[in-house]
Design a protein around this ligand. Structure first.
Ligand code: ADP
Ligand code: ASP
Ligand code: MG
Length: 470
């Protein structure tokens, strides 16, 4: 069997859903299972619904839910025959009735619990997956809706729960093979899950990719396909560089590094189950299904340049902590990381030199309290509005001159680097710049490292490096 995941833009309206049905129809011989996201933009609207309800603005929350209803009703009416459209409208209204009750409870409390937040966000995938299952049947692809809340089992952590592979596998193995053996395409909502005790959870924003990988690993899929709005993983985000190029093949570890450092095309945890079970993952464009995408596998053939791609992660803060002379470095670092753990703040990049530690973290929330606590460890300097740029490539391992070429480009562009990290695994070089310089940095690096030699099929790593050093 194979798992096919369709993201928000791939199911955003009736035209997109028709396209998805025709893509799935080409794979029926491989026993596909479809994982679908909420319609594009719906999860953001549900976040807004929960937030306005918590501020007591219930009528605004209900208007948002009505707008979501209207989008789904319209798509259903454009695909389904009247009787099926009516049946879907009943299911939709039952779900949105629950969402309305939830919004009402949140507004009455005047506050939002993390569990209520997950519950509200879950409605997007619930109503899209029921619609897509009905649409597949109407469009000649025999399908069966299956409820991810009962099949993907997680702990009860919000907003991003941790999947429990044992119970998840057991539930999926009970529910899915009987559907496949009847030649039905199971359709599941991505992103949503449930705890053993029946609490509704989510896998965190962008988590439908992760759902697909969890299901693929549990059912021993021969391939996982991530269908999105770009033709595979590109050398950088095409919204930043219009000349970003498709990467034909990339390694598991390279793709994971890119995802961790901001390449939104994949949720960072997606590849873990695929790596464990050695399942190839393809990233494909649902708007242009005939275009080649990217194949992610354990080991990938080396491309023409030493770097495979550039990722950008915004909304980063850094703080530098200088320990007093009399404190031993082991105790200082132990205290520092205990404090970060206590604040649930994973560090993105850490640089330690002598008595000073620099830590880059995501966001700038709640840092007032953290900064105060850090002062008990030493002198603290806090710098918000930063971004991390990460260049990834297995082929940089052991190459001389990689760092100097990258930082040469940055120096020529007149951009100041605030922090640098190159791990000993040496598949990436990451550094921090001010957020205002981030886009220009990526564009300059991309121009030198990927564009100037594009079209020269024989481009080698060294020519790309020579360009970089020019
Ligand atoms: P979906 O809704 O299908 O999950 P996402 O919006 O989550 O889609 O991810 C696709 C987007 O990821 C693209 O539209 C693109 O802007 C962004 N992106 C960031 N970095 C990359 C990259 N290196 N390659 C391709 N897309 C990227
Ligand atoms: N709908 C969810 C989100 O927007 C999950 C996903 O699309 O992957 O974050
Ligand atoms: Mg996504």
């Amino acid at each position: 069997m194979i798992v096919m995941k369709f993201g928000g833009t791939s199911v955003q309206d009736s035209t997109a859903i028709r396209r998805v049905a025709s893509i799935v129809a080409t794979r029926l011989a491989e026993q596909p299972l479809a994982v679908v996201s909420a319609m594009g933009g719906v999860t953001d609207k549900l976040v807004q619904t929960a937030e306005v309800a918590a501020r007591g603005e219930l009528s605004q929350a209900l208007e948002l839910l009505q707008a979501i209803r209207a989008r789904h009703i319209l798509a259903a009416s454009e695909i389904l025959v009247q009787a099926e459209a009516n049946r879907y409208a009943e299911e939709l209204d039952a779900r949105l009735g629950e969402a309305t009750a939830l919004a009402t409870a949140i507004a009455a409390q005047g506050a939002l619990t993390p569990a209520q937040h997950s519950h509200m966000l879950s409605f997007g995938e619930l109503i899209s997956s029921q619609l897509v299952a009905a649409a597949f049947n109407a469009l000649g692809v025999p399908a069966a809706y299956a409820d991810s809340r009962a099949l993907i089992i997680t702990d009860a952590h919000h907003p991003a729960a941790t999947p429990q592979p044992g119970p998840t596998r057991a539930r999926l193995l009970e529910a899915i093979p009987p559907l496949l053996s009847k030649n039905l395409v199971p359709v599941l909502g991505g992103f949503i899950a449930g705890s053993e005790s029946g609490q509704i959870t989510t896998l965190g924003r962008g988590g439908s990719d992760y759902s697909a990988a969890i299901i693929g690993a549990a059912l021993n899929a021969s391939r996982i396909e991530i269908w999105t709005d770009v033709s595979g993983i590109l050398t950088t985000d095409p919204r930043i560089c219009s000349k970003a190029q498709r990467i034909a093949e990339i390694g598991f570890h390279e793709a994971t590094e890119l995802a961790c450092f901001g390449a939104k095309v994949l949720h960072p945890a997606t590849l873990l189950p695929a790596i464990e079970h050695d399942i190839p993952v393809a990233v494909l464009n649902s708007h242009k299904p005939n275009e080649d995408g990217t194949i992610i596998r354990a080991t990938a053939a080396q491309g023409p340049a030493p770097f495979r791609a550039i990722a950008l992660k915004r909304n980063i803060s850094i703080f530098n902590v200088r320990a007093p002379r009399h404190v031993g470095s082991l105790r200082f670092l132990d205290d520092l990381f205990s404090l970060l753990r206590w604040h649930h703040l994973p560090s993105e990049i850490v640089a330690i030199s002598g008595a000073t530690a620099s830590v880059a973290i995501e966001g700038s929330r709640d840092l007032g309290r953290l900064t105060t606590e850090l002062t008990s460890l030493g002198e603290v300097e806090f710098q918000p509005d930063m971004a991390i740029i990460c260049l990834v490539g297995e082929d940089i391992r052991g190459r001389v001159g990689i760092a100097s070429s990258v930082f040469g480009i940055m120096a020529t562009a007149g951009i100041n680097i605030r922090m640098i990290a190159q791990g000993s695994s040496e598949i990436s070089v990451s550094f921090v710049v001010e957020e205002k310089d981030a886009v220009k940095s990526v564009q300059e690096l991309h121009r030198h490292l990927f564009e100037e030699h594009s079209g020269t099929a024989s481009r080698t790593g060294s020519t790309a490096m020579e360009t970089a050093q020019a």
